[in-house]
Unconditional design. Structure first.
Length: 400
């Protein structure tokens, strides 16, 4: 009995501790509380509404600006260049004097031929007088018929000599006119190729100066062979109304000039699988310059009820084009693959994957993923310009 008493003394505290721990456990003191999940972040974006509108049907190709006409002016005679009467880079008119060649040798030659003609004319006058006298003498039997016939032949010979002299004088005058070189076309002259004082030759390969006609000006571009039938059909349908062509700056995408198609080449290049076309443009402001690379867009017609969005809406991945479309709830987005048929004046024409009236993300896509929560942000000046007023429509849609 004495041995059990100490056991009872330490057993009761243990039981008491266990009871207290059990009570605390039952009350939930030792339970681990699960951390609350933070709500997903809201991404501020700018949205617009896709539209349905009539858009032009167009095709684009890389083009090169070229003069409508280009002439390398050559000397047609040999001689010393006396003077250059144009300034490099100057606009000239057809017939304007460009350079003059020393004319003295040719003038002397012309004077010699004119003197030869005068001598031959004097001989012809004398021969005709003799012929008249022989004609009178033959009536009186004072001369022979042979003498009369010989004199007639001499008169004819001298008359032919006069004709030859006239031809020689005309040739000399033409040669002399070549000492003044004039512009064969209106246009802009390039760099001076020969300075005054040099001897120029008709056989010189470089010529004296190059004139390019740059107003109007042309752009030659190519399209894939598969485009030929569509372009040809549009060309036949247009009749007298030539197809419109835009020349577009490759860096800024600015439309530099609008002209019309003047050439659909008569042969497809089998080596490259392309067809060449040429457009002509008024160029009074000289925004187009020979040798400049531009994009050329030919307008073949119009498509009604086409779905369009600002080009900034369309994104590209390795799988193709896609757009972030706002869900019906208005605060989440999903990825919608689309097909882009054309891009015109900052707008993308959506062939498949999108309907008119859908709300799409214009700015802020880089922070989005499918299912992301969004809020409408105030557009910056640049974004507002890109949206072209569409952000106002999207704001009203979000309020609805």
């Amino acid at each position: 009995m004495n041995q059990e008493a100490p056991r009872r003394r330490w057993l009761w505290p243990v039981v008491a501790v266990l009871v207290i721990v059990g009570a605390l456990w039952a009350s939930g003191v030792f339970k681990h509380s699960e951390p609350k999940k933070a709500p997903p972040p809201v991404v501020p974006v700018i949205t617009v509404i896709s539209k349905s509108e009539t858009v032009p049907v167009s095709m684009s190709g890389v083009g090169s600006v070229m003069p409508v006409a280009s002439v390398t002016v050559h000397s047609r005679i040999d001689g010393q260049l006396d003077s250059v009467e144009y300034k490099e880079g100057q606009d000239v008119k057809a017939g304007q004097v460009l350079v003059r060649i020393d004319p003295r040798t040719l003038k002397a030659s012309l004077q010699q031929m004119e003197a030869q003609k005068a001598r031959d004319e004097a001989q012809l006058v004398n021969a005709r007088a003799d012929l008249a006298r022989y004609g009178q003498l033959i009536k009186e039997d004072a001369t022979s018929q042979q003498t009369l016939d010989t004199q007639k032949a001499l008169v004819n010979q001298l008359a032919a000599t006069i004709q030859n002299d006239n031809a020689a004088i005309n040739s000399a005058q033409v040669q002399l006119s070549f000492t003044t070189i004039t512009a064969p076309i209106s246009g802009r002259v390039g760099a001076r190729l020969v300075d005054a004082g040099n001897i120029v030759h008709a056989a010189d390969p470089g010529g004296v100066v190059v004139i390019n006609q740059i107003d109007p000006i042309a752009v030659q571009f190519t399209l894939p062979e598969a485009s030929f039938q569509q372009v040809n059909a549009a060309l036949n349908k247009s009749g007298k109304n030539a197809l419109s062509v835009d020349a577009i700056d490759r860096a800024t995408h600015e439309v530099l000039a609008t002209g019309h198609l003047i050439l659909l080449n008569n042969q497809i290049d089998s080596a490259t699988g392309t067809i060449a076309l040429k457009g002509q443009f008024a160029n009074s402001a000289h925004k187009l310059w020979p040798g400049q690379s531009v994009d050329a867009r030919i307008v073949l017609g119009q498509t009604a009820d086409a779905v369009t969005v600002p080009s900034g809406v369309v994104q590209r991945s390795q799988d193709g084009y896609f757009i972030y479309v706002v869900d019906a709830s208005g605060d989440t987005v999903h990825v919608q693959p689309v097909t882009v048929s054309d891009t015109v004046n900052g707008k993308s024409v959506i062939a498949t994957g999108l309907k008119a009236g859908e709300r799409v993300v214009l700015d802020g896509q880089y922070r989005l993923m499918p299912g992301a929560h969004i809020s409408e942000a105030k557009p910056a000046a640049g974004a507002a310009s890109a949206a072209s007023g569409a952000s106002a429509a999207s704001a009203s849609a979000s309020g609805a």
